[in-house]
Design a protein around this ligand. Sequence first.
Ligand SMILES: [Zn+2]
Length: 460
Amino acid sequence: MYKQDNRLAVRGTYIHAPKLGEIEVVESALIVVGAAGAVEQILLPDDPSFEANCRAAKDAGHYVQLRENQYLLPGLVDLHVHAPQWPQAGRALRVPLEQWLQQYTFPLEARYSDIEFAQCVYQSLVNTLLANGTTTALYFASIHLESSLLLAQICLESGQRALVGKVSMDNPEQCPDYYREQSTSAGLATTEAFICGVKSLPNNQLSMVRPVVTPRFIPSCTDEMLLGLGQIANQHDCHVQTHCSESEWEHQYVLDRFGKSDTECLADMGLANGKSVFAHANFVSDEDMTIIHEAAVGIAHCPMSNIYFANSVFPTRKALNTGINVGLGTDIAGGPSPSLLFNCQMATSMSRILESGVDPTLRDSVRGVADSRLTFQEAFWMATAGGGAALGENIGVFKPGYCFDAIVVDFNVEHSNIANWPELENADEQLEKIIYNANRQNIVRVWVNGQTVVDRASSR
Ligand SMILES: [Zn+2]
């Protein structure tokens, strides 16, 4: 997939969310992308160099003009995906988290010692996410070095921007014998080998795929493992991902073991910094939110998964008001859908449920949590710019210097669930319709770093 020259010029209407809660629509723009895949300039038709840039791009054979009813959006950023769980997406959602892990998830993840099985599943998942417009994904792999490296390689070859973690879990009290690091020291050594392996993958010069230090969550790790991983993350200047205060059981387990919260523990272990992403965080306290904000940790909000496994709705409004960079995660397979657009819709819906409450036997004044609702504009920000900010990457917005990761949404494809009525609606409302009803067939083209990674015939 690696190309030396990613130059490109795309002409059309783009919609993005450069600031939380605000949508910007720019019609008839020309986005000029440089050889390294970053946006060089954004021109409007009244710019004196507009036509000359169009002509130059046409002559060089890298000019793309969007058609009527097509919109350019930033690529979507999925902050929480368990790649080995893809085969069970949509299954076993009826049991609580700890049973789901022990009975279904750990036996499935243990299979990734089989490299052929891993190849088949991981390629299927990466193809599916790209087709759904996910240009960047933050992945948990499994405990296996070889297949975790394979996932990184598949992302690289498929052209997806990815951050991949080999999962660390060594606590014999919480991890089954068949799915656990051989020892703490072996687990730490494997993590270092994984980091070096990803960094030295052929054609990874642009660091399109990065390694991530990945303690599964505090219960599955010994103190020595957590401390060791904090040191490794620091030494290698790596991203960190883990689950944080996801469920009441898990949150209480950490309080019982350490006498403090997940957030406080992770900070003590050197695992909470500007390159960390905590998944879920449903049960964090106000003090935890302050720690998360001050440490510049990002949060992966996974609205669908939270309904099934956290039994609560993450107080997203409160986190955003605190100034935390919150992005969205599908949490495959705790969340059953690979679509981030669907998770945008769920983020707004769940926030409304949190605000209004759901028990009709209670008076409406006490049924919900006031001021919890999110707008579709905020959900879209989380799925794009917010995810980019949580990772500290220049992605999720159309802006000079930012990577050109983008999708084309087409209202006019066959069997579309969205239709355009220009005389009745403005572009903001068209984005709202995209979020609520577009699906993968409407996503006709996907670029990552200026390279085409999905191109359906209807876009031509
Ligand atoms: Zn998860």
